[in-house]
Design a protein around this ligand. Sequence first.
Ligand code: FES
Ligand code: FES
Length: 165
Amino acid sequence: MIVEWTLNGRPLRSEVSPFRRLSDYLRRDLKLLGANVGCSEGKCGACTVWVDGVTANSCLLWMGQLEGKEVTTIEGLNQKDQFTPLQESLLTCSAVECGFCIPGIVMTGTALLDRDPNPSRLEIRESIKGHLCACMGYQKIVDAIQGVALPPVSEGEGRVRGKLK
Ligand code: FES
Ligand code: FES
């Protein structure tokens, strides 16, 4: 079938099986490797993208469901080859270990911060509960998301934003 959809702001016309997974189409056909595939069954969150601005597991979406939809992958957040504030914060907080879970967490964390620029730690934990981090870096990931939400640290204070409580 032909699917007319938008990917990272660009209109696309894709000839594809309606039953091809979005995650496979992104990674294998389009060579967009940002969304990782861990479980292929909606349990790890590594493949998270936005569909019409809402987070979704790309391993659970068929291409046939995407007619007229706007899909954003992590590559779409970095179009100016610059880290986003959340990516900067993840690095500052040393929250990136092997990095496998991080693109999905960036998509979910960015969506959370767009909805609520100052979420509580509990809200942050709730928002990322669908993401598995095999490196068990959850505390630092929560620090990093909260670090983006906090107001700027005054000069000379010498503390890492993500460590502030
Ligand atoms: S690969 Fe999609 S949720 Fe795990
Ligand atoms: S940083 Fe390794 S899986 Fe999360």
